[in-house]
Design a protein around this ligand. Structure first.
Ligand code: MG
Length: 445
């Protein structure tokens, strides 16, 4: 039931208040104490938040209601104050979806092993409501959001954004309450777009796609802004529009922030095997190394944590989708912090975002999907077929050839195989893809 990002589904169909109640009740049975809950702006949010709260209270745990807030804000608050958390969100999914993301006491997302335990409790109905005199108590903790905003603003020099103009597009999501505030407090002039909380998402869908952000791009250019920032539906991710109105591809965004994080610091960068090669190239130029994980931000966060626990230095972590983790701040993707870091980066270089992006190494990325139900068989076959090349099996199969690589993974939820090629030239990339597609077609016959 739980995927890499919690439980998600269409409300009323896959995701019912009854199920969310059971999740709350089961969570309370394994994480005694006080559980913080929050939600994004979806129209089903109030219903499901009340369901999860009822479940937690029925288990005998207390509830700290944190209201509407970004997922990373709830993670920050849980890490500082509570014994666990439950966030009602479906992140970037369309408005009819919702979900529950479980947060551990240290603010990280719940890992696979604990999630399986939780699922077993849900399905075996072993969690039971406590007696009338042992039910939990609820408190209002909406004021704690201010702590998250201060936590970010206070990590930078005073007025670091002075003279900078930024257009903020939180997409009617919970970052309406945070990102503009953070940037204003850093000294920026802020212009807001889709800045009113609205779960029907009237301006654009929760996924911050190139198509959905054309209004933001136009506004950045017409206002002569330094950049535009947009979030997904729960603001753990941030994407950018540069001063020329161009969408900053997310691998290049991560590369730029990696370059900045590596300056004057020696250490590791942690990222999934699917992240663009541009990040490793930038890291190498700064004498830093990259540690690769399976795909999923939870693996990135936990690897960062364990490397730091071993006494190693980790400068940044993240994915090539705008989800970036700053270890001095907290061990989860944080869209608000990513925006603040962009302000800091631009003020430290004094250059335009578009010119910094143009200076990054050029790479070609090809993303394709092939329908197939026997993904694991195909991956085994490719392993043999490409045995002459260097192969990595952290997640799926990653085949290295000259200055390019191909990552082939079977989807966990659909009968498809995903292919990413990251190449030095368009020609080499297409050639490599052609060879792989041909081999897959041969084995599928
Ligand atoms: Mg998200």
């Amino acid at each position: 039931m739980f995927g890499t990002n919690g439980v998600r589904g269409v409300v009323g169909k896959d995701l019912t208040p009854e199920l969310v109640f059971k999740i709350g009740e089961s969570l309370g049975s394994i994480r005694p104490g006080c559980i913080a809950v929050g939600r994004d702006t979806r129209t089903s949010g109030e219903t499901l938040m009340n369901a999860v709260k009822a479940g937690i209270l029925a288990s005998g745990c207390d509830v700290a209601d944190c209201g509407i807030l970004p997922t990373p804000a709830l993670q920050y608050i849980v890490g500082n104050h509570f014994d666990g958390g439950a966030m009602i969100t479906a992140s970037h999914n369309p408005p009819e979806y919702n979900g529950v993301k479980i947060i551990e006491a240290d603010g990280t997302e719940m890992g696979d092993e604990e999630t399986i335990k939780l699922e077993k409790i849900i399905f075996s109905h072993t969690a039971r409501p406590v007696a009338w005199n042992r039910c939990g108590k609820e408190s209002n903790n909406v004021y704690l959001l201010e702590e998250y905003i201060r936590g970010i603003v206070d990590s930078f020099s005073h007025n670091i954004g002075e003279g900078m103009t930024v257009v903020v597009d939180p997409g009617s999501g919970p970052a309406c309450l945070t990102t503009s505030r953070i940037l204003i407090d850093l000294g920026c002039n802020v212009i807001s777009l889709n800045g009113i909380l609205d779960g029907s998402f009237p301006g654009r869908l929760p996924e911050p796609s190139v198509e959905g952000l054309h209004n933001l791009a136009e506004l950045v250019v017409s206002c002569g802004a330094d950049f535009g920032i947009a979030h997904d539906g729960d603001a753990d991710r941030a994407v950018f529009i540069d001063d020329k109105g161009q969408f900053l591809e997310e691998n290049r965004e991560f590369a730029l922030l990696t370059q900045y994080a590596c300056r004057g610091k020696k250490g590791g960068i942690v990222t999934p095997v699917s992240t663009g090669q541009v990040v490793e190239e930038v890291a190498k130029l700064e004498n830093c190394s990259v540690v690769y994980t399976p795909v999923g931000s939870i693996y990135v966060a936990r690897t960062m944590r364990s490397l730091i626990d071993q006494g190693k230095t980790v400068v940044i972590g993240g994915e090539g989708n705008g989800g970036i983790i700053f270890p001095d701040h907290q061990f989860c993707r944080d869209g608000g912090m990513t925006g603040a870091m962009m302000v800091s980066l631009l003020s430290s270089t004094g250059k335009k975002l578009s010119s910094l992006v143009a200076d990054l190494p050029q790479r070609v990325i090809i993303k394709e999907k092939i329908s197939s139900a026997n993904g694991s068989e195909i991956i085994r076959f490719l392993h043999e077929a490409f045995s002459e090349d260097r192969i990595d099996q952290t997640d799926g199969i990653k085949i290295f050839r000259n200055n390019s690589w191909a990552l082939i993974r079977a989807s966990g939820t659909e009968p498809i195989i995903r292919i990413i090629i990251d190449a030095d030239t368009e020609y080499n990339g297409q050639e490599f893809y052609g060879e792989i597609a041909e081999k897959i077609a041969a084995v599928s016959l």
